[in-house]
Write a protein that binds this ligand. Structure first.
Ligand code: BES
Ligand code: ZN
Ligand code: ZN
Length: 514
């Protein structure tokens, strides 16, 4: 896809489809909706005026109104897209709005389009919900790219369905504003592409994306963006005494992969600066192992490497945005299979840290591979840990499918992460992870066991298990099992892998760059 940013009058741009945003400026509870165009172009305002006033369009978020041959504009079609109430809309709605434009065009065979920058200047002050222009263009670029992603790459009848060109058109302003708009746009392209790369990995079936293949694709990405990457085999895993990762992989005939990526800033940060570690759960297929899962929905367990994909996507973005902070990423990748050689309930294994673990359920494998990943990161010098994982079904029960779970042993680190919402727009909700829950993972015969015994608080006991390996190092655990895969199409987004985490994790990393 070609991505362009132009500074000119959007009405003078020739394109098959020009998208322009509108908000509802009605405020009173019983007041009829009153759509207003977020554009200072008189041509566009005049072309849309009769239809905006007709009552057929209310400017609700994602609502569309299509006009053919808008009077005096060069575009063949004008697509008005609602962003909701003027008082409450935000850049996160702009991201969705840009996505609506793309997903409106695609099924209609329109593969080139332009999107007019939403100009809040068009509104009277009392309606104003100001949009910082840097974040706005960033959201436009992200939204357009994310919306172009589809899960149909294996469908022969869906070839050549990708958008070829998107042009964002902003009005000519002063140089400083133009620079901010350009910067936001460039960042948005980086983040949108990184998130789509993560989604493309998650979308792959388990027979294609084996741990070996995940290693290859990660290495290829790292090479093209200039960061270091090592893909280690079982020999290194055994040499490091990663007994937990080794136990999970032993039932599979696919070799595991321990992927280590490193980003070094151009100018070395001073001694004692933070070293961040991004640790990902990369189970390329989770059958549950000997504690096998039911057949229903087991096909979806190809997405059990979405945590790894989020970290790989974030590393792609970091390699391009070049924050001044050291970052490493550790991906522990293998399959979880039942087999004559598989690990079993009742087994006691020794993790890399030396802690012994009683296996209560082989389906609680994610926390095992992460235990070794987190510990390994610390031995490599990590001062701050973050991990992402499709760890528990219980997180979806606790939070629904909108917020992902955040667990941490440190308030300050948590706050740095949650501050990223203003830019990244991904929803995370902090869950308890206090010592009083530790009781539930105590084992009779080993240091800890790999499940909480009861199904109550399943996402929390999983987090407590990880905390045993983060120990005193500031650490965040993101449980994305409920949010990494979306079952239904949205007007701005395809069903399938969401790529959740890429934007927030990247923003968290940038918060340490000073
Ligand atoms: N990969 C699953 C978690 C999962 C469930 C991800 C649903 C996405 C959707 C994980 O390995 C698992 O099986 N967890 C068990 C833990 C239990 C055995 C304590 C679970 O959630 O049931
Ligand atoms: Zn499992
Ligand atoms: Zn799993």
């Amino acid at each position: 896809m070609t991505k362009n940013l132009l500074f000119q009058d959007p009405a003078a741009f020739a394109t098959p489809l020009l998208a322009v945003f509108a908000v509802d400026i009605a405020t009173g509870k019983d007041e009829a909706p009153s759509p207003a165009l977020l554009s200072t172009s008189d041509t566009l305002a005049n072309a849309a005026a009769p239809w905006l006033g007709s009552g057929e369009f209310k400017a609700a978020l994602g609502e569309t109104l299509l006009l053919h041959y808008p009077a005096n504009a060069k575009a063949e079609r004008l697509l008005v897209i609602g962003l909701g109430k003027a008082k409450t809309f935000s850049v996160h709605d702009v991201r969705k709005g840009a996505g609506v434009a793309v997903r409106f065009a695609k099924p209609r065979g329109i593969f080139e389009l332009a999107i007019a920058f939403p100009e809040d200047k068009a509104l009277a002050d009392e309606h104003l919900e100001t949009l910082p222009c840097h974040r706005t263009t960033r959201a436009l670029a992200e939204g357009a790219l994310l919306a172009d992603f589809d899960i149909d790459i294996y469908r022969s009848d869906r070839k050549d369905q990708a958008i070829q060109a998107v042009t964002v058109i902003a009005h000519e302003g002063d140089k400083k504003t133009q620079r901010e708009i350009q910067q936001g746009f460039d960042e948005g392209v980086v983040l949108g592409e990184a998130q789509n790369f993560a989604r493309s990995l998650v979308n792959e079936p388990g027979n294609v994306l084996t741990p070996t293949e995940l290693g290859k694709r990660t290495k290829a990405m790292c090479e093209s963006f200039g960061i270091a990457c090592d893909v280690h085999s079982i020999d290194k895993i055994l040499e490091l005494k990663m007994g937990a990762l080794a136990a999970v992989t032993q039932g599979s005939s696919e070799p595991p992969a321990l992927i280590v990526m490193r980003y070094e800033p151009a100018v070395a940060p001073p001694e004692g600066s933070p070293v961040l570690a991004l640790v990902g759960k990369g189970i390329t297929f989770d059958t549950g192992g000997i504690s096998i899962k039911p057949a229903d929905n087991m096909d979806k367990m190809k997405y059990d490497m979405a945590g790894a994909a989020a970290m790989i996507g974030a590393m792609q973005a970091i390699a391009q945005l070049k924050p001044n902070v050291r970052v490493m990423s550790i991906v522990c990748s293998c399959e979880n299979m039942p087999d004559g050689k598989a690990f079993k309930p009742g087994d006691v294994i020794t993790a890399m840290s030396g802690k012994t673990i009683e296996i209560m359920n082989t389906d609680a494998e994610g926390r095992l591979v992460l235990a070794d990943g987190l510990h390994y990161a610390k031995t490599l010098g990590a001062t701050h840990l973050i991990n992402a994982a499709t760890l528990t079904g219980a997180i979806g029960v606790a939070l629904g499918l909108l917020n992902a779970g955040l667990f941490s042993n440190d308030d300050e680190t948590t706050q740095s992460f949650l501050n990223g919402y203003a830019v990244a727009g991904e929803k995370f909700w902090r869950m308890p992870c206090t010592e009083d829950y530790r009781e539930q993972i105590k084992s009779q015969i080993a240091d800890i066991m790999n499940t909480g015994g009861s199904r109550y608080g399943g996402a929390i006991t999983a987090a407590m298990f990880l905390k045993e390996f983060a120990e005193e190092t500031p650490w965040i655990h993101l449980d994305i099992a409920g949010t990494a895969w979306i079952d239904d199409n949205k007007p701005w987004q395809s069903r399938g892998p969401s790529g959740v985490g890429v934007r927030s994790i990247t923003e968290w990393v940038r918060s340490y760059a000073g």
